[in-house]
Ligand binder design. Structure first.
Ligand code: ATP
Length: 388
């Protein structure tokens, strides 16, 4: 099945709002294993919307529209679909009664123009909208499906998840995926290591550069979730053995949670001193659910150039001040004569029975230094704990 999205709304074309509906639907379709080939944005203009719909119906099995289902004259999605299919909208008595009770329940006046939201064409059945007044339409005609859904994201998500997806789930294949996450390794190196796997069709293996490192997504298509997972499993094992210990997590895991789990498992407490990270590292660590179990305290000190021994001293001082087993410090110095400008990021760690050591001198562009040093600090702490 090939799908296409049509987002309706002049606000989108004026730049007043960003289109999050396409991103949402694209993700949901990919999980269902339905290929998305086109996505179009069109304003609240009936001739242009009809033109877009005709093209979409001509080339795609499933056309998803969002927006333009409101009560006013510039909401023209229903009218356009009706006209493209050569049918006439008629007010459905049951939908009209539901609409009246929606307004009565909220002690709001229902005006006549609301009634067009209760209309249907013969090829359409309505989709419930528990969050708003506009029901959606599921239109099936001549081997094509058009699903018209409201624009407000909350209404769209609810309708999609409760009304549309359950029907589509029964018709298509589905997709399952597994994401392996790495840090301190380049995208090209990962791509090179995974060469034996990246040309496969099912599962597919794709490499992405993200803020927190490199992600490798293994995606399988199948008729059921269990066999999709079985297709992924051996390829994941191969990928893990090719990538070695640069893999720190999978799927929804985040570095701060994984590092915190290692600290908790070792029964160790932590104190942090932040120079190049300006509080970002502590902010990440305090978001971890069990932070009070391991985080004793944190210092944020001015981000001035610091030598490796200065940063080692910071780590020692933090551990002492907060009576923690481990002290972790971040600091940076400008890289001499680099063009574009770069900074050297230093991470110092002092353990319960080890002297403070500066474990790494990583490089970063200045504008990324806070985030990157935070990730480097988490990465080095994980490695330090693994070596113990
Ligand atoms: P309503 O019944 O509330 O009038 P509608 O189906 O007519 O809904 P629109 O009037 O087109 O939808 O859009 C209503 C609001 O929904 C917009 O003001 C915007 O906030 C949000 N919206 C619409 N389309 C999108 C989109 N593609 N991405 C994100 N938000 C959107």
């Amino acid at each position: 099945m090939q799908a296409e999205i049509v987002c309706v709304g002049s606000e989108l074309l004026l730049g007043d709002i960003a289109d999050s509906n396409t991103q949402y639907l694209a993700r949901r379709l990919s999980v269902l294993g339905i290929d998305l080939h086109y996505s179009t944005t069109v304003g609240d203009n009936q001739p242009r919307l009809m033109d877009t719909l005709r093209r979409a119906i001509g080339r795609s099995d499933l056309v998803l529209t969002t927006g333009g289902l409101g009560p006013t004259d510039d909401d023209v999605t229903r009218e356009s679909i009706a006209e493209v299919f050569g049918e006439v909208p008629v007010v459905d008595p049951q939908l009209a009664a539901q609409l009246r009770s929606f307004f009565a329940l909220r002690r709001l006046e229902m005006t006549e123009n609301n009634l067009k939201q209760a209309s249907l064409i013969p090829s359409a059945r309505s989709l419930r909208n528990v969050r708003g007044t506009a029901p959606g339409w599921w239109v099936q005609k001549e081997g094509r499906i058009v699903v018209a859904m409201p624009g407000p994201p909350g209404e769209l998500h609810n309708m999609w998840e409760t009304e549309v997806e359950p029907i589509l789930e029964r018709t298509g294949s589905l997709i399952a995926s597994r994401t392996l996450k790495m840090f301190n390794i380049s995208e090209s190196r990962v791509d090179e290591l995974l060469k034996p796997l990246t040309s496969g069709r099912n599962p597919t293996v794709a490499v992405y550069a993200k803020q927190d490192g490199i992600h490798v997504r293994i995606t399988a298509k199948s008729t059921d979730r269990e066999s999709a997972r079985a297709t992924i499993r051996p390829v994941e094992e191969q990928a893990r053995s090719l990538l070695g210990d640069s893999v720190w997590g999978a799927d929804d895991e985040v570095q701060e949670q994984v590092t915190a789990a290692a600290l908790i498992a070792a029964g160790l407490t932590l104190a942090v001193a932040e120079s190049s990270t300006g509080g970002q590292l502590t902010s990440m660590l305090t978001r971890v659910k069990d932070a009070p179990r391991f985080l004793r305290g944190a210092l944020v000190v001015p981000d001035i150039p610091r030598t490796a021994p200065d940063i080692a001293r910071l780590a020692r001082d933090a551990a002492k001040q907060f009576d923690a087993d481990i002290g972790l410090a971040t600091g940076a110095t400008a890289t001499p004569d680099s063009d574009p400008p770069m900074v050297d990021v230093h991470i110092a760690i002092v353990g319960p029975s080890s002297p403070a050591e500066v474990l790494a001198a990583h490089r970063s562009r200045p504008f990324r230094v806070r985030l990157l040093s935070s990730y480097y600090a988490l990465h080095e702490l994980r490695r330090f704990l693994a070596r113990r």
